[in-house]
Design a protein around this ligand. Structure first.
Ligand code: ZN
Ligand code: ZN
Length: 295
């Protein structure tokens, strides 16, 4: 009898270990836009799976947010860029060079749209004197500053150790090469929209999501009507009405909003609108350092 109980306990333990082994932990490092904000840094989302870390966009302050959760850039080997708008990449130089100073052990892989190679090379060029000084003064190992860039197309771009990352095109106006990412482990799926307006292609890539991380814009209607610039900005972001239609179609288990573009509006109003128009949708306004565990 005792053996039987031990067997059941061990079996339960093994099952829970198996479940935990496939846990995905999502941390929003930055949920802001180009508008400077101490609360909302530039776009950046960290995903952890089986002890490996993956970074999606590296906006303003990403390295600071990492330090707030006890991490260094050198803990992360793979970065995926959605597009090359500044608010998604202005944290790259800090992330890359700080990782090098902290003796990055593995070459940093950067996946991104056309133009990523040039962006990375120019950043490296801009910091070449710094690298030279550090090598002379403190024997910095320049290997830690090497970057392996892959310019992506739609489809599967990473597949290792039970984690798949796929890219798909989104609609971000003049930004010809703008992508969203879908992340699949054995049991869980997360989708990061990147910057986009309502996108049928995003919907086509959104089957059975545990978590949808999506951008949103709320621009006060009178401002929108009277300001041609805002009107054009609104065309390449997602309004609440569009978001509602999208969530209705995709039916994710949970939706978290990031990249909050609020003009003539604020978070109180956004929360109110979500409460009244999205009652049964399990949708939250994301915030920097929000963590979601998918177990
Ligand atoms: Zn953008
Ligand atoms: Zn953006």
């Amino acid at each position: 009898m005792r053996n039987l109980i031990t067997f059941f306990i061990l079996n339960l333990l093994c099952q829970s270990l198996t479940v935990n082994a496939d846990e995905l932990t999502v941390t929003l490092l930055g949920t802001g836009t180009p508008i400077p904000s101490i609360e909302r840094f530039g776009s950046s989302t960290l995903i952890e799976h089986k002890g490996k870390y993956f970074l999606f966009d590296v906006g303003r302050g990403a390295t600071i947010r990492l330090s707030q959760i006890g991490m260094y850039p050198s803990d992360i080997d793979n970065i995926f860029l959605t597009h090359l708008h500044s608010d998604h990449i202005t944290g790259f130089d800090d992330f890359w060079i700080t990782g090098g100073i902290w003796q990055r052990a593995n070459t940093l892989n950067v996946y991104g749209p056309d133009g990523t190679k040039s962006f990375v090379e120019h950043t490296q060029g801009a910091f070449s004197l710094d690298a030279f000084y550090r090598e002379k003064q403190s024997s910095l190992n320049l290997k830690g500053l090497e970057v392996n860039v892959t310019e992506i197309k739609e489809g599967l771009i990473y597949d290792e150790d039970g984690l798949k990352v796929s890219a798909f095109r989104v609609d971000h106006g003049a930004v010809e090469h703008a992508y969203g990412y879908r992340i699949d482990s054995d049991r869980h799926s997360v989708l990061i929209s990147g910057d986009t307006t309502y996108s049928e292609n995003l919907i086509a890539n959104s089957q059975e999501l545990d978590l949808l991380i999506h951008e949103v814009s709320v621009i006060e209607p009178k401002l929108l009507q009277s300001n041609p610039k805002l009107k054009s900005i609104s065309k390449y972001h997602t309004s609440l009405q569009q978001l509602h239609k999208l969530v209705e179609k995709v039916k994710p288990q949970k939706t978290v909003l990031n990249h909050l573009l609020l003009i003539g509006s604020d978070e109180t109003e956004l929360s109110h609108l979500l409460e009244t128009k999205f009652q049964d949708k399990n949708i939250d306004v994301g915030h920097d350092l929000m963590t979601i565990h998918l177990r």
